[in-house]
Design a protein around this ligand. Structure first.
Ligand SMILES: C[S@@+](CC[C@H](N)C(=O)[O-])C[C@H]1O[C@@H](n2cnc3c(N)ncnc32)[C@H](O)[C@@H]1O
Length: 219
């Protein structure tokens, strides 16, 4: 989660007080969300398959892919809103700073159980182990790569481990709405979950300013 995204996902409901429950960041990758939120007293566990590697290995991988990721963004500049972040160069600097914050926190966070190597659609957590699960730039974004069955299993798994789930954004790579939203909503509602869409005050992927919130009915 980038520095702005993490605020969006947490602040929409909790602007006044901050979130005091147990938070799961699913697919957090090399983002600074866990370090940032932990410093502010939040209880956060991040899970991602890359956490099976050491900080050194993750750092090496970031260095290898950094230029390529920026080059792809440069080629697809029209797909993004250059507003809070104004250039590809600035995006690179913001992302790199976040990744360094993550790398500095990763060894201690792992020792404290804040970084867990795990992946959807099967997570190593008890039912309702968390009050809130956040998932940014994974589900729906990689629609082509992950497929519909994966999305169905993944949203149900997030709902198993958390009282509330927030997913952002709802667009696939390339900027079209994910084709799996409707099916996931139907599945979740059939399972007795309340699903709402909220506009968020952050839009980097053009048109990507919607978040899906899923709650157990009655909460
Ligand atoms: C584009 S990054 C997003 C990172 C962060 N959430 C953010 O918004 O900046 C996608 C992340 O999802 C992780 N990932 C891929 N497949 C996953 C899975 N099945 N379960 C959980 N995380 C997964 C990747 O390792 C990567 O760190």
């Amino acid at each position: 989660m980038g520095p702005l995204v993490r605020r969006v996902l947490l602040d929409v409901r909790d602007r006044r007080g901050g979130f005091s429950g147990r938070i799961l960041g699913c697919g957090d990758g090399p983002s600074s969300f866990n370090a940032y939120a932990t410093r502010r007293g939040a209880s956060v566990v991040s899970c991602d398959p890359i956490y099976r590697w050491s900080a050194k290995e993750i750092g090496r991988r970031i260095d290898q892919t950094y230029q390529q990721v920026l080059e792809q963004t440069r080629q697809n500049q029209h797909e993004f809103v250059w507003d809070s972040i104004q250039s590809v160069g600035e995006l690179g600097r913001v992302r790199m700073a976040a990744m360094h914050e993550f790398l500095a926190d990763f060894p201690q966070g792992t020792a404290e159980g804040r970084y867990i190597a795990a992946e959807l659609p099967s997570l190593p957590f008890d039912d309702v182990a968390f009050d809130l699960a956040l998932c940014s730039h994974l589900l729906f974004l990689y629609s082509t790569q992950l497929g519909e069955a994966f999305h169905h299993a993944a949203v149900m798994e997030l709902c198993r481990v958390a009282r509330e789930v927030r997913i952002f954004p709802l667009l696939a790579l390339g900027g079209a709405p994910s084709p799996f939203i409707e099916g996931c909503v139907r599945l979740l509602r059939e399972a007795g979950r309340e699903v709402v869409f909220e506009q968020v005050p952050y839009e980097f992927q053009r048109g990507g300013n919607q978040m899906m919130r899923v709650r157990r009915c009655g909460f």
